[in-house]
Design a protein around this ligand. Structure first.
Ligand SMILES: Nc1ncnc2c1ncn2[C@@H]1O[C@H](COP(=O)(O)OP(=O)(O)O)[C@@H](O)[C@H]1O
Ligand SMILES: O=C(CO)[C@@H](O)[C@H](O)COP(=O)(O)O
Length: 471
């Protein structure tokens, strides 16, 4: 049996799966935690990757490996291969003003036509503009900019401070498309956009084709044997699409640290409103995507508010009626990206003596979080993307309340595949593709389908609450 490995270096943790390259059957897995915060030293992600590999029993019998990861994070390297400053993550909103400036300079429509996206604080380009203005000494020291998964791939291939070849950095289409200076439509960097953001052009990772090899491990890293073929990797959402085998007609909703809604389509999208990001996918196609900053952790925050556990929040939420008796939670606990409200905070509205209960607050938190994703799904279909099936993944999809309430809000059945690390599975599938030259067809995961009558009151009162709050 030939084994391949896939990694998901996500916001909260690093996960690795080791599977049979031919069938995708799980053999073993491992994980390690990431530090909290919206800026993180990338060397700690590297430490977590090595810890996850060890937790999974090592790579001695693994033939190929790919790394997928959280998108957009700004990893700045100097000429010596040292990290210049902690990486700003996708959910760090300090570059909101930089996003506004970049749009003002050339116009949202030019951004969308040129690179498929309109700047928001999440994207790498806006973080680079922030660096240029706020930390010019660090901008001056920056010789290369990479994304989280690019940095890990580079380190895995034996590069780093001891072997600082910045020209050896590689990435893939899906993650490159989240920078704001690479075009999914042309497959080329817009160096003028990179220069506009950072004030200079620096080394950036070479963009590999979906099944092009990045190289092989060289045996220089303790715990990583020589000769493992390394794939180009992917952004985490594109990795999940590959892991699920998402096809035309499928919309995937991920309830992880971020909330995302995305679909695989055969043409690049350019939404000048900025709501839908016209990303590339990991198979050579395209991945229109809407992201929110507030998803699974809204439920965790509600558990903290109610001084209880996640399971109890779900039980409470399911004990309340649709609409939570009129209580609405606008879940902007980390600011928000869609809608673009980087400085917003969360609000609870509609409280009365009659409805003020733990059950209604629990339901309102699940409803509010899902309403943001339902708005995202609408934005994607309004771009002409056909959706026949909604699939829901991510840690938050393990909540019985999220599963059962989602169809009331989406107005569609919601398919939840068996709990699995689909980003890491997608990376493993890519590794098998790179190894064999053929994208393997793996059996689809078992699924559970959740249905419910649509409850229009939920989105109606959520929309009214949004209109009533000014930011
Ligand atoms: N049963 C559950 N109910 C609600 N949230 C959950 C449940 N299980 C896991 N989560 C949440 O899912 C999140 C992790 O999901 P995951 O998809 O791995 O995120 P990421 O990939 O962004 O790190 C955590 O915030 C965790 O609290
Ligand atoms: O910013 C985006 C997508 O544009 C996020 O989806 C990040 O890629 C983080 O992913 P998770 O850690 O939540 O999986």
């Amino acid at each position: 049996m030939t084994l391949v490995a896939g990694v998901d270096s996500s916001t909260q943790s690093c996960k690795i799966v080791i599977v049979d390259a031919q069938t995708g059957a799980m053999v073993r897995s491992g994980r390690a935690s990431h530090p909290e915060g919206t800026e993180v030293d990338p060397t700690l992600w590297w430490d977590a990757l090595l810890a996850a590999i060890s937790d999974a029993g090592g790579l001695d019998d693994v033939a190929a490996l790919s790394i997928a990861g959280q998108q957009h994070g700004m990893v700045c390297l100097d000429e010596a291969g040292e990290v210049v400053r902690p990486a700003l993550l996708w959910n760090d909103t300090r570059s909101a003003d930089a996003a506004r400036d970049l749009i003002a300079e050339i116009g949202a429509d030019v951004w969308a036509e040129s690179v498929g996206t309109v700047p928001v604080a999440s994207f790498t380009a806006t973080k680079l503009r922030w660096l240029r203005d706020a930390e010019p000494q660090n901008a001056a020291r920056t010789a290369a900019v990479a994304l989280p998964h690019d940095y890990l791939t580079w380190r895995l291939l034996g590069y780093g401070p001891a072997n600082p070849d910045l020209d050896a950095l590689v990435t893939d289409r899906s993650d490159a498309s989240g920078t704001g200076y690479w075009s999914p439509a042309t497959g080329a960097y817009r160096l003028d956009f990179l220069e506009r953001a950072l004030g200079k052009v620096v080394t950036r990772p070479r963009v590999l084709a979906p099944y092009e090899t990045a190289g092989s491990t060289d045996g220089s890293i303790a715990g990583v044997p020589a000769g493992i073929v390394v794939g180009p990797g992917a952004g985490d959402n594109a990795g999940a699409a590959l892991g699920l085998g998402a096809a035309e007609g499928d919309a995937v909703i991920s309830v992880g640290t971020s909330g995302t809604v995305f679909a695989v389509v055969d043409r690049p999208l350019a939404d000048a409103s900025g709501t839908v990001a016209g990303f590339a996918d990991a198979s050579g196609l395209f991945l229109p995507l809407v992201a929110t900053l507030n998803a699974a952790r809204v439920i965790a925050a509600t558990a903290a508010l109610l001084a209880t556990e996640l399971d109890e929040v779900a039980d409470l939420a399911l004990s309340a009626s649709p609409g939570a008796g009129g209580v609405v939670l606008l879940p902007y606990l980390e600011g928000e990206r869609t809608p673009n409200l980087p400085t917003a905070t969360g609000s609870v509205l509609g409280l009365t003596l009659a409805n003020a209960s733990a059950a209604n607050l629990a339901r309102a938190s699940v409803e509010g979080m899902l309403c943001g994703l339902a708005d995202g799904l609408d934005a994607i279909t309004s771009q002409g993307v056909t959706v026949d099936r909604v699939m829901m993944i991510g840690g938050g999809a393990q909540s019985p309340a999220v599963r059962q309430i989602a169809p009331e809000i989406f107005g569609l059945p919601v398919t939840v595949p068996a709990a699995e690390e689909y980003v890491a599975v997608g990376a493993a599938r890519q590794a098998a593709w790179v190894l064999t030259g053929e994208l393997p067809i793996w059996a689809a995961a078992a699924t559970e389908v959740f249905t419910a009558d649509e409850q229009p009151i939920i989105r109606r009162q959520y929309a009214a609450a949004q209109r009533s709050v000014s930011y």
